[in-house]
Design a protein around this ligand. Structure first.
Ligand code: C5P
Length: 454
């Protein structure tokens, strides 16, 4: 039986009736549900129905909070474990993205320090409108989980994406959101990190993006000094940045370009670095892997977002760039799904080159003392890795022989290529590769700059 507390904000729209079923599902599973109805929401469902189903008072108006005495709006927004907005109308999403607080629902959304999940529902044109798409990107960047709407026939007679996901799907997303760690307020290591500026190329303007406002940070560094086993903290006092997973480069709202990557090796490295006592910042592309204990995780979608977060994460003692970053992105992203017109004509797809994050930070004034790249190769593994070492300007390349084992496997055979030579390891489970790599990194950092005693 789940006793988590859900604050359910119900926006206006024909889909609001589905929130009744959602409340029923949540209550059946033991959740404590408090409902807030927007003024528009009240046109579709009544406070009385929701109060009866949730067995709780329903809140509708900021100003009739005589409950300020019993429960102020700040308390209302924070006593929940998760804030759910369903249906999230275009108007609500826009207000959330802009930080507007002009009624009870939007005031709660601005005041909350809890994770927020939004299930959009609106007319297909409104969903596909660039303004709504921009707002969704902003909200996701702020750490809000915005579900994709369902596609199908709409109440207004049109067809396309915009339908509220089914209550069972929203329920499943709520359970998933509650089972992942809460986002940390504030920056890495408990304090914001000063952004750094990266000149990519001396000869012209940088194609590296500037640091962004902070995205969602998951995980907990507070316990870092006690996290690693007492007698084994070779990386204690070190800061390590890791990129992992693929990047997704959108073509239109439903399609993207990506490299094949499970993220398993990068996540194993993040776990091993934290186990070895390091402060770990993991910048992860879209992968469904849990955040390892003791790791701060920032989720990104695209190479440009990943580059922004890497910039924000510097300076560090070592950066390990494991991510399979897409080399290209669509030059123009379509705000609407590109349709087959039946003629057999293929739509043109112009590409733009993504920033090379690794090469960029190699040339930056904040270059980490130890900079490590990865290379997945199917042939001439070591020769290619040697060439990449020079091209990228990093200290080591971990060359990964993927000929025998497809991406996403559980083991890796790697060669660490540096200017000092090649260190070839047997095929090992990814966790073992990660631990061995941490020992090597700790030795290297200690040789360069001995750590201060604890
Ligand atoms: O050029 P290639 O993709 O083979 O290089 C692999 C290495 O470079 C990896 O460490 C990867 O994380 C990094 N990389 C990057 N930014 C890119 C492409 C690759 O950081 N745009």
């Amino acid at each position: 039986m789940n006793t988590s507390r859900i604050l359910l904000i119900i926006g206006g729209g024909i889909a609001a009736y589905k929130s009744i079923e959602l409340v029923r599902l949540l209550r059946k599973s033991g959740y404590v549900v408090r409902c807030v109805l927007t003024r528009a929401g009240e046109q579709f469902v009544t406070p009385l129905t929701l109060a009866a189903l949730s067995e709780n008072k329903v809140y509708t108006n900021l100003f009739d909070l005589k409950d300020e005495v019993e429960m102020g709006h700040i308390q209302l927004s924070r006593e929940a474990d998760l804030v759910v907005v369903a249906p999230a109308t275009a108007d609500l999403l826009a207000k959330m993205a802009a930080g507007i607080a002009d009624d009870l629902a939007t005031t709660l959304l601005l005041a909350t320090d809890k994770p927020v999940l939004a299930a959009p529902a609106m007319n297909v044109r409104m969903w596909l409108h660039p303004a709504t798409q921009r707002n969704v990107v902003t909200l996701r960047g702020d750490g809000v989980t915005v579900l994709d709407p369902d596609e199908g026939e709409m109440a207004c007679g049109e067809f396309g994406p915009g339908r509220l996901p089914e209550p069972t799907a929203i329920f499943a997303a709520i359970e998933a959101a509650l089972s992942s760690p809460l986002p940390l307020a504030g920056g890495v290591g408990g304090g914001p990190v000063a952004p750094s500026v990266l000149p990519l190329d001396d000869s012209g303007p940088s194609d590296m993006p500037s640091p962004s406002p902070s995205r969602k940070r998951e995980g907990d560094l507070r316990g870092q000094p006690d996290f690693a086993p007492e007698n084994h903290r070779p990386l204690y006092g070190r800061r390590i940045l890791i990129t992992a997973g693929p990047t997704h480069e959108p073509i239109d709202p439903v399609r993207y370009i990506a490299n094949r990557s499970s993220g398993k090796q990068g996540f194993a490295i993040a776990a091993a670095a934290a186990e070895a006592g390091a402060e770990v910042l993991l910048i992860a592309g879209p992968v469904p892997l849990p955040t390892p204990p003791g790791v701060i995780r920032v989720d990104v979608e695209t190479a440009v977002e990943m580059a922004e977060e890497v910039l924000q994460g510097l300076p560090v003692d070592a950066a390990i760039m494991v991510a399979a970053v897409a080399d290209w992105r669509a030059a123009d992203t379509s705000a609407q799904k590109i349709k087959k017109d039946g003629s057999g004509a293929v739509p043109p797809l112009a590409l733009a080159e993504n920033p090379d994050i690794l090469a960029g930070i190699a040339r930056s004034p904040d270059r980490p003392p130890l900079l490590i790249g990865f290379a997945a190769e199917t042939n001439d593994v070591i020769a290619h890795a040697g060439a990449k070492l020079a091209k990228k300007g990093c200290d080591w390349i971990v060359a990964n022989d993927v000929a025998a084992d497809p991406m996403g496997g559980e083991s890796n055979r790697v060669h660490i290529v540096s200017k000092n030579g090649i260190d070839s390891w047997d095929r090992l489970p990814k966790a073992a590769v990660a631990r061995k790599l941490m020992e090597k990194i700790a030795d290297e950092l200690d040789a360069r700059s001995p750590r201060q005693p604890d």
